[in-house]
Design a protein around this ligand. Structure first.
Ligand code: NAG
Ligand code: NAG
Ligand code: NAG
Ligand code: NAG
Length: 384
């Protein structure tokens, strides 16, 4: 110990040492047990999902055939009939560039302010460790003509809006995914990875790219995100998300990546493009992608650093580590962005502490949220 330390600090330190030395073996074991239990509860599920819950990939004749078709895909008809599919197409933005990651932000037509915020914060990253990144916004058509005029203006200014020919509504999200994967295949075939992300998300592109750079070669068959297991289709005919048995007869959906943010490699996008027409469309958009992935023999890769729809409580070192967080509750994007880019690194301990703290708080938040939902849905609650 530093002999110059204040007396008070020294005595308290000695006191700690004495207390710890006095502990018996079983007391030590108890403390150790609790520390392990704490970590197991906090990180156990992530660990199990990430390393053990893998089903095996499979390749049969059908998959080989699809792979072959995807390799020989002729996109010329698509390119020459561009105006049939897109109002705004940005067909030249990728030309001649070697894009490492193409990030497609799924945005609704009227949310220009949100798009501006993204342009100023995480969307402003154009390269990580020398690997080029391109961020574009994916839109459908608005209902009103005025909104369309605003979008045209925004597009002329920023050159980063792709607008498909379909009405942008919650029911048309599957169409939107198809239109955007088709766009990536046709106009950005040199992008190694494609990120699909929703506009309400915060994305840490540097940590995401770092993770992608460390994937095993070759860069093929990649479909990564927060994997959702064993979801049953909605079979209630009164419900808006009703999926009839004729559309999807099986009991469970295949494992799929949660739709808020996921990544696929270019070859996967091409394979999906080949199978789109054979897959039922009346399922949620992210499930649709999962079913396409399954039909080309892919297994989604799970990473707990994707947040799914949860908002991760802000902590600088935690945000430097994770890939995404949902921002619904927190308008702190600019501040968070500034702080995690201030050049200050996080030590191993700071990262550890950050993860424990943001994980605990997020867990408490979701518990609180769940509790509120239960109260709201409880018929004995007579609130307004
Ligand atoms: C697209 O354009 C090609 C010419 O490159 C044409 O032969 C084809 O009929 C068009 N396809 C559709 C669906 O319009
Ligand atoms: C985006 O627009 C939708 C409706 O068009 C709205 O519900 C949502 O709050 C908007 N989000 C942001 C971040 O502006
Ligand atoms: C985006 O980043 C560049 C440099 O990387 C910087 O010069 C520019 O000011 C940034 N734009 C905004 C809107 O923050
Ligand atoms: C989906 O888009 C199509 C094409 O624009 C449109 O006709 C249809 O009404 C949209 N569906 C919904 C439910 O918005």
């Amino acid at each position: 110990m530093d002999p110059g330390a204040p007396i008070q600090e020294r005595t308290s330190c000695i006191f700690l040492q004495v207390t710890f030395c006095r502990l018996r073996t079983h007391q030590w074991c108890f403390i150790l047990f609790n520390v392990i239990l704490f970590h197991a509860l906090l990180f156990g599920a992530d660990f199990v999902e990430e390393y053990f819950l893998h089903s095996l990939p499979y390749i049969d004749m059908k998959v080989l055939e699809i792979k072959n078709k995807a390799r020989k895909l002729n996109i010329e008809p698509l390119r020459s009939n561009l105006s049939k599919y897109y109002v705004l197409s940005q067909s030249e933005v990728c030309k001649g560039k070697n894009i490492f990651l193409l990030s497609l932000v799924f945005s609704s037509p009227g949310n220009g302010t949100r798009r501006d915020l993204i342009r100023k914060t995480w969307g402003n990253v154009t390269s990580v460790q020398g690997h080029p990144i391109l961020t574009l916004f994916a839109l459908g058509m608005p209902v009103s003509v005025t909104t369309q005029k605003e979008i045209n203006k925004e597009s002329r200014k920023n050159n980063d809006i792709i607008e498909g020919i379909f009405l942008d509504s919650s029911e048309n999200q599957t169409l939107k995914i198809i239109a955007m994967i088709q766009w990536a295949v046709a106009f950005c075939p040199n992008a190694l990875f494609i990120l699909k992300v929703d506009e309400e998300m915060f994305v840490n592109l540097p940590s995401l790219v770092d993770y992608l750079l460390n994937l095993k070669e070759p860069i093929e068959d990649i479909y990564i995100g927060r994997v959702i297991h064993q979801v049953t289709p909605n079979r209630d005919p009164q419900n808006r998300d009703f999926v009839p048995l004729s559309e999807y007869p099986e009991k469970y959906y295949p494992d799929y990546c949660s739709g808020e943010a996921f990544i696929m490699s270019q070859d996967v996008a091409r394979m999906m493009y080949v199978v789109f027409k054979e897959v039922p469309m009346m399922v949620p958009a992210d499930v649709f992608v999962g079913i396409c992935a399954k039909s080309v023999g892919l297994i989604p890769i799970h990473s707990s650093r994707f947040s799914g729809k949860r908002h991760i409580r802000y902590n600088r070192c935690c945000y430097k580590f994770i890939f995404t967080s949902s921002e619904i509750a927190d308008p702190g994007t600019p501040l968070a962005w500034k702080e995690i880019n201030d050049g200050k690194e996080c030590t191993l301990f700071e990262t550890y502490y950050g993860l424990v703290s943001c994980k605990l708080l997020t867990y408490l938040d979701s518990f609180k949220h769940f509790h509120m939902e239960t109260i709201k849905n409880n018929p004995t609650y007579f609130g307004d």
